[in-house]
Ligand binder design. Structure first.
Ligand code: ADP
Length: 576
């Protein structure tokens, strides 16, 4: 899927991130002003200390000077504490708000988006990419302003002491400034790329860990190790690139500062400066240069922040599956009459997966989709679930074009039970309740019974409150399916999509599942990718799908009598 290459502008960052926090940032600026002014007292104090006290022995000035210095140091300590506390907390708050916003948007993106993304990579984008704003709202930006301010005041002092020497210092510093700016323009894309590499490497690692059985089973560890090594190597190269640039800036800075210092020594001799003036000049010079060097650090943080925001923006710009403009119809309780009219669909242009599919599935009926793997059954189910939309033709629900119906109002009445059904870490009860957290205990118990979940939970010490997943009991495939079925029974949807597991179950589990599926399908418009003969026999219609078309349709008996494709599948394979 092509991704819009977003680039956040300074203006939009100012509008959305800085401006809403103007009060806090203003307080931050005042604090930094106080802190930096206090910071200028020590360099200023060097001259009276050298010339008046050490050289002229005017000892009566000493207590005043010491008191002033102590106050200045205290003020600096207090203000920098307050600054960090106020702004860093706000920055972390903003990070959490942004993460929540990105996750919310992510969940509203269409299934097609997720087909093309590694989940680990998306995790990294939600968690890491927004981190950078810490540098914008946190002390970074305010420090930058403070740095500029200190540098400016220092220049005024320097000019006051000796304008010619100041000019001499400013020249190498301007060169340094230009180098810094140019370098950061170069490394912004490097930072941007870093986010992407991190996401890819994290994504692959997550997949490796999730698929550890397959990897070990095929002895594919060396391959995974190689892929990961390449990933971290790429990351290393990226970091090296930015480190090379930043260390170049730092070295250029050190060199130019050194050059300026040598020159200053020479000029101080030439202008016959007093010891105090020389020391004061040098101190102010350091105070002017330090923020500039610091600014280069902050610059790199800000560059990183912008790179992260660019990537966040990219994600936020992706169109959501229902933005409320196309799917405007809110529907109430549906009957569940479906009609496919000449529906075609392709995942990739020019490679049609479904070709002119037409059929009707009346309310409450069961439609079984059978056919060889890759023939398009899941795609049909995906269209019914509105995970996909037809490229041409229409699907109507109770006579209304499904593509015009608001997703929320439709999916409310939809239930899915998939092959590798999704159970999350938590109790069995939580897993069943999750589509309807407010269901009563009675309703829950009914569903549990109908799906024969109690048949095995009764044997657990904690019953329905048994924790499953990483921290709890491991369940068999059949038990997992029964939980998924109980969940769907509880949700009580009008439309049901069922993807039957192909795996063999023991006969006992099989009969429990058959029984519970019967209860589940009753009275709902059901689309089932069927593998069990028992399910197929119950279907009101069977659609035999081959290469994206309906090759045969009818009931089990009709299709057997016809002795066509279905008959072939039925007789040559024990399972369909
Ligand atoms: P079935 O459920 O009958 O096994 P599917 O509907 O899953 O078949 O797939 C039909 C065809 O569409 C297959 O050729 C498959 O490779 C292709 N396909 C399925 N999902 C995608 C996807 N996300 N992107 C591209 N092609 C896909």
């Amino acid at each position: 899927m092509s991704q819009p290459n977003a680039k956040v502008s300074l203006r939009s960052v100012f509008k959305t991130i800085i401006w809403p926090r103007r009060k806090l940032i203003f307080i931050g600026l005042i604090l930094i002003l106080i802190s930096r002014t206090a910071g200028l007292v020590p360099p200023w104090a060097t001259k009276p200390f050298m010339d008046d006290i050490l050289v002229n022995r005017e000892m009566d000035k000493l207590p005043f000077l010491l008191t002033l210095l102590t106050i200045a140091i205290l003020v600096q300590a207090v203000t920098s504490y307050a600054l960090t506390k106020i702004l860093s907390v706000e920055a972390q708050h903003l990070i959490s708000v942004l993460r929540a916003k990105v996750q919310k948007h992510l969940l509203r993106l269409p299934i097609r988006f997720f087909d093309n993304q590694k989940s680990g990579a998306l995790v990294s984008r939600v968690m890491n990419d927004v981190e950078g704003v810490r540098n914008l709202v946190g002390t970074g930006l305010v420090q930058l302003v403070g740095g500029v301010l200190t540098a400016l005041i220092s220049v005024i002092f320097l000019i006051y002491i000796n304008p010619w020497m100041t000019l001499f210092v400013l020249l190498p510093m301007s060169i340094f400034g230009v180098i810094t700016l140019k370098t950061f323009a170069v490394i912004r894309p490097v930072f941007r790329e870093r986010g992407k590499i991190t996401a890819d490497v994290t994504g692959r690692l997550t997949e490796t860990l999730n698929g550890i059985r397959v990897i070990k089973g095929f002895n594919a560890e060396p391959q995974e190790i190689k892929v990961f090594e390449n990933g971290v190597e790429q990351l290393f190269k990226n970091i090296k690139k930015s480190l090379t640039s930043t260390s170049f800036v730092t070295s250029a800075g050190t060199f130019l500062v050194g050059l300026a210092s040598v020159g200053i020594m020479g000029l101080s001799g030439y202008f016959q400066l007093s010891a105090g003036d020389f020391l004061q000049f040098t101190m102010f010079m350091v105070f002017m240069i330090a923020p500039i060097v610091q600014m280069s650090n902050i610059g790199s943080q800000l560059t990183e922040a912008f790179a992260g925001l660019d990537r966040t923006e990219e994600l936020m710009n992706m169109p959501v599956e229902d933005d409320g403009t196309h799917r405007t119809l809110q529907i109430g309780n549906i009957k569940g009459d479906f009609e496919f009219n000449d529906v075609s669909f392709a995942y990739e242009e020019g490679k049609p997966v479904l070709k002119n599919i037409s059929f009707s599935a009346p309310a409450g009926s069961v439609t079984a989709l059978v056919g060889t793997s890759g023939s398009g059954k899941t795609t049909i189910a995906g269209l019914v679930a509105t995970f996909l939309n037809p490229d041409s033709g229409t699907i109507t629900l109770d006579g209304t074009d499904l593509s015009k119906i608001s997703l929320g109002s439709y999916r409310n009445q939809l239930g899915v039970v998939l092959q590798d059904d999704f159970l999350f870490e938590g109790t069995i009860r939580e897993n069943i309740l999750f589509p309807r957290p407010n269901a009563t205990e009675d309703e829950l118990q009914q569903a549990v019974k109908a799906a024969f979940v109690s048949e095995f939970t009764n044997r657990f010490e904690h019953g329905l409150d048994t924790i499953i997943g990483e921290r709890g009991v491991k369940l068999s495939g059949g038990q997992r399916q029964r939980i998924a079925i109980a969940r769907a029974i509880l949700a009580n949807p009008r439309v049901l999509i069922l993807d039957e597991a192909t795996s063999n179950l023991d006969t006992e589990s099989e009969s429990f599942i058959q029984e519970s599926l019967r209860t589940l399908m009753q009275g709902r418009t059901t689309f089932v990718i069927a593998h069990r003969l028992s399910t197929i026999r119950q279907a009101n219609q069977i659609l035999v799908i081959e290469t994206g078309q309906i090759q045969e349709r009818g009931t089990h008996d009709e299709l057997i009598a016809r002795q066509g494709r279905y008959y072939q599948l039925y007789t040559y394979q024990a399972r369909i």
